[in-house]
Design a protein. Structure first.
Length: 291
């Protein structure tokens, strides 16, 4: 079964598969301003201009990764979407591969401290002023990342149609892949992208709908032992590999280092500087320092 067949198994109002797109996030945002519904899932085998955080480019090998964007209209704050998505990736990896993945603040998923997935949330407002959020997820599923002469990296995999694929990356992209991995590398053999997508979207749907209901009707959880939003925050916090570690946070040209002490209710990182000052980090690239 191919990704193009998988969408028929996903219960959502609309599914869109294209073999190649510039960016699934860009296409999903365009659709958000053309149609009123939510739950539209855009899937592709390859992006020619995939998006990463802070304007970076997401590099993929055709037919080897999970590349999806979901159009949502959340009633709750967008930072909870990051939590939902990262938990869904972690849980799906455990179910499909039996591997323990963790979350690096704010939105990367790691296996053995190597990045296997990234999440990008883009928001806007429609003509009625309602919040629109595009939940983009990119997962390195099949293939292997190898070093080649010239300090570049070659990402190779055998796509579902049996042909070897590869992407030779420029030198300025190589450092990003020095700490990357794929599910195939960690699991030992190829992983079904189709099965992964179905499990992933079902996890997202479960938590998303529960949060929507809680936000729309706060009294619906009066008799619940714990609110849905609190449960998600606690699950997310437990999966963070960042806490307790010595890190540096790069924000543009500014670098701050210290110990990642905790996260607050909004998902912001609480960093204890070496001076003893506790600061809130709302964004930035986190790098793990030697233990």
């Amino acid at each position: 079964m191919k990704v193009s067949d998988t969408i028929s198994e996903i219960e959502c109002p609309s599914r869109l598969y294209l073999p190649t797109v510039t960016s699934t996030n860009t296409l999903a945002m365009q659709l958000a301003h053309e149609r009123p519904e939510e739950g539209v899932v855009v899937l592709t085998d390859s992006q020619t201009a995939g998006k990463g955080r802070q304007g970076r480019r997401w590099v993929d090998v055709p037919g080897c990764n999970v590349l999806s964007s979901t159009l949502l209209r959340p009633l709750f704050p967008p930072h909870l979407l990051v939590m939902i998505a990262s938990l869904a990736v972690v849980d799906t990896i455990a179910e499909i591969c039996g591997l323990m993945a963790t979350i690096k603040w704010p939105n990367d998923v790691l296996i053995r401290d190597r990045k296997v997935a990234g999440i990008l949330i883009e928001t806007s407002h429609d003509q009625y002023g309602q919040l629109v959020a595009i939940l983009g997820i990119g997962i390195n599923v099949n293939g292997r990342i190898q070093k080649v002469p010239g300090e570049t990296s070659l990402v190779t995999c055998r796509a579902e149609y049996g042909q070897a694929q590869g992407a030779l990356l420029q030198q300025d992209q190589a450092p990003l892949l020095a700490t990357a991995t794929t599910l195939e590398t960690e699991y030992g053999h190829a992983v079904s992208r189709e099965t992964f997508i179905v499990h992933l979207l079902r996890h997202i749907e479960t938590d998303y709908l529960a949060l929507q209901q809680e936000t729309a009707n706060p009294f619906s959880t009066v008799y619940s032992p714990i609110p849905v939003s609190q449960s998600i925050r606690e699950r997310w916090r437990k999966q963070l590999s960042t806490l307790g570690r010595s890190i540096q946070v790069r924000q543009g040209d500014t670098v701050t280092s210290g110990i990642a002490e905790d996260v607050d209710g909004n998902g912001e990182l609480l960093l204890r500087r070496h001076s003893g000052e506790l600061v809130n980090i709302t964004w930035g690239d986190v790098g793990y320092l030697a233990r």
